[in-house]
Design a protein around this ligand. Structure first.
Ligand SMILES: Cc1cc2nc3c(=O)[nH]c(=O)nc-3n(C[C@H](O)[C@H](O)[C@H](O)COP(=O)(O)OP(=O)(O)OC[C@H]3O[C@@H](n4cnc5c(N)ncnc54)[C@H](O)[C@@H]3O)c2cc1C
Length: 461
């Protein structure tokens, strides 16, 4: 009898776990993956994919409004939330089946069960009671929405998980949080016709993004009718017949049909025996790993949100792939977590890569900022009151582009391509040498010639 039932047990069938399982099986390993909810994980089932579908749905209202300036007459379009949710669910089910088929084709055994450690080499599958011994274990259990502080009425609050499956579109919704998930849902509901209040305890939304982006997006959201209240938090939620009254810490109150919290996503590290396996946690609350995603126990690895490094799907996938190549492919691979591009699918979108102006100023002796704001061509006829923001952060000594920050329609698409240049170490001179594509908004990224602001540490001293 083999000492182990499998070469690799993967706990969690999300972005990181699925990729790792498939690639490890491709390298010849005997692999089992345990998933307690639905194969595909957060991104596919209740994250990136369904969210983007809702984002698309929400943007039609803008298109309808803008069409008139281009000569179109539309006879009061109507929206049906149950149709959107049913169509979204159909697509999610299709994707889940596709992920399952890919794993099966690769020879991965799928256990539809919660897995808990019994010792560092064995997990118990709770659905069947089966005990599986594994030479290696990969923890890819992701993260889950923070329930928020224990305020009165917290039981009435929903998270992004429930927002995807509400029986009806709330006429009024209060979203608490300043993260990209809070901002995106605020924009989705506003676009679909809800009256939205966004409450955030900090001074401005999107902490960690460039300050110009944060200010600009907030302004644009407010222009779209979203009521943004910062510097306060929800202190209690009271149910009044069919709706809710959210009492804010400053004394104000907001009436809404739904109250949603998006207060961060702590790593899923509890309740499945990490202590038993003697896997240690890091100061950031995630599982402590080295650059090869190896935990404090040499044959146990962890990837994705559960390590709380950069919590994005492409990063989890890359980490899962690198783990499989390292352990089963004979090719030790560390993931580079620098210059990870990111997007916020707000309205308008945000795209960002690299250092913010403040980060660059703290690290570099001389920093040049190139910044432009303009009305996009489409708005000239549609009459929409909106502006695009493009910003480059450049090392004033080496001329290297350190960061790029965009608030514009399709900023996510723009930053994906611009990220290649930044990753390759492009200089401002490289951008200047690049021919523009006209007429586009992105062309301004290669036509900005005048420094908007320049900081020099010597000058400051
Ligand atoms: C609303 C929302 C929008 C998002 N939008 C984006 C976006 O636009 N772009 C982007 O890049 N990222 C986005 N993300 C983040 C992205 O979804 C995550 O970074 C990504 O899914 C992390 O992958 P993972 O493999 O680490 O974990 P997950 O995908 O969360 O998978 C973990 C899996 O483990 C399972 N599990 C947990 N414990 C156990 C156990 N003990 N036994 C068995 N199974 C278990 C869970 O059921 C889950 O399926 C979004 C997230 C949310 C919530």
């Amino acid at each position: 009898m083999a000492a182990h039932d499998v070469d690799l047990m993967v706990i969690g069938g999300g972005s990181g776990g699925v990729r790792a399982a498939r690639v490890a099986a491709g390298h010849g390993a005997r692999v089992m993956i345990a998933e307690e909810y639905r194969v595909g994980g957060t991104c596919v089932i209740r994250g990136c994919v369904p969210k983007k579908l809702l984002v698309y749905a929400s943007r039609f209202s803008l298109d309808f409004e803008e069409a008139a300036g281009f000569g179109w007459t539309l006879h009061s379009p109507t929206f049906d939330w149950p149709t959107l949710i049913a169509n979204k669910d159909r697509e999610i089910a299709r994707l889940e089946a596709a992920y399952t088929a890919t794993l099966e084709k690769a020879g991965v055994a799928i256990a539809k069960s919660r897995a808990v450690f019994e010792d560092s080499h064995a997990v118990r599958l709770l659905a069947t009671g089966e005990r599986v011994r594994a030479a290696h274990v990969l923890i890819a259990t992701g993260a889950a929405p923070h329930a928020g502080p224990a305020i009165p009425g917290r039981e009435h609050v929903i998270s992004s998980n429930e927002a995807f499956n509400l029986p009806e579109l709330p006429r009024r919704i209060l979203v608490q949080g300043g993260s990209y998930i809070a901002v995106e849902f605020a924009c989705i509901f506003a676009g679909l016709g809800s009256k939205v209040t966004l409450v955030y305890r900090g001074e401005n939304i999107l902490r960690g993004f460039d300050d110009d982006v944060r200010g600009h997006l907030r302004e644009q959201m407010e222009k779209r009718g979203i009521h943004v209240i910062t510097g306060t938090k929800v202190a209690a939620v009271e149910k009044i017949k069919t709706h809710f009254c959210a009492h804010l810490s400053g004394g104000m109150s907001v009436t809404a049909d739904r109250v949603m919290f998006a207060l961060g996503r702590p790593p899923n590290v509890y309740g499945f025996g990490l202590d038993t396996a003697e896997v240690k946690l890091a100061d950031n609350g995630g599982i402590k790993v080295d650059e090869y995603s190896r935990t404090s126990v040499p044959h146990i690895y962890a990837v994705g949100d559960v390590t709380n490094r950069v919590n994005l799907t492409p990063v989890a996938i890359r980490e899962g792939h690198a783990f499989a190549d390292t352990v089963f492919g004979g090719k030790p691979t560390a993931v580079d977590h620098t210059n990870v591009p990111t997007a916020v699918f707000s309205e308008p979108e945000v795209g960002a890569i690299g250092l913010t102006e403040a980060q660059a100023r703290a690290r570099f002796a001389k920093v040049d900022i190139y910044r432009t704001m303009f009305r996009p061509l489409k708005a000239t006829l549609s009459g929409r009151d909106t502006t695009v923001l493009l910003k480059l952060v450049v090392d004033g000594v080496t001329d290297r582009v350190l960061g790029c920050h965009i608030v514009a329609p399709d900023a996510g698409e723009m930053i994906q391509l611009f990220a290649i240049a930044v990753k390759m170490g492009a200089t401002k001179a490289d951008l200047d040498a690049t021919m523009a594509v006209h007429p586009t908004s992105a062309e301004e990224l290669v036509t900005m010639r005048t420094v908007s602001r320049s900081y020099s540490r010597e000058a400051a001293e």
